[in-house]
Design a protein around this ligand. Sequence first.
Ligand code: ZN
Ligand code: FE
Length: 242
Amino acid sequence: MKVHLIPALSDNYIFLIEMDSSYICVDPAVSKPVIDFCGNKPLSQILITHHHHDHIGGIQELKNKYNCEVYAPEYDKHRIENVDHWVKDNDQVQINNLSFNVSYTPGHTLGHIVYYCPEMSSLFCGDTLFRLGCGRLFEGSYEQMYNSLEIIKELPKDTKIYCAHEYTETNLKFCHHHNLVSDALKNEEANILNLRQNNQPTVPTTLDIELETSPFLNPQKHYPDLSPEEGFKTIRELRNKW
Ligand code: ZN
Ligand code: FE
């Protein structure tokens, strides 16, 4: 099973999971590059993580073209159109031999969900977790985002993390600016810079890399005197202002 990354807008990634006779699309920001990529193989399902336009903007045109089934968070019923299946925490979306376990991860928005596919050891996490970062708190509280990240931390360590934005280099600069660079991140840094210099995605990352390198998943490493929750809040506040 291959996951294709389609860059869109300024820094979004749209994901296309290639199955034998069709594709599943995660968070179609726009439709045209998806249609171009799919070619003669149709799109059969769309999975949505949250209601922001850069994650749902392509739904209508894709649905018109492929009549695909759309899954989206139940919380966002009033603000996402053209949805067939509303899903919530602990639901499982079964598509052929792939299952997508839904977890509710509020923080960035109040309806945000993520999809974990055990058969592919992959997490499609929208704007909840980024490489070396996490989503801005547009609707939820620090506590909600902290708890949402704790849920992701429970997944198997080899889980591939498909974040919906290429923010890694910016997040790396932020880590340097505020002395949040661990030894593990020092080791990873050249790899990240090299990928970006060659215009390559730094996504997917893996959970074990993020657990080692991301201050957002390891606040206690940088603020040992604070509780993990307070440490997370401190780092997120620094990132808000940066
Ligand atoms: Zn968003
Ligand atoms: Fe986004």
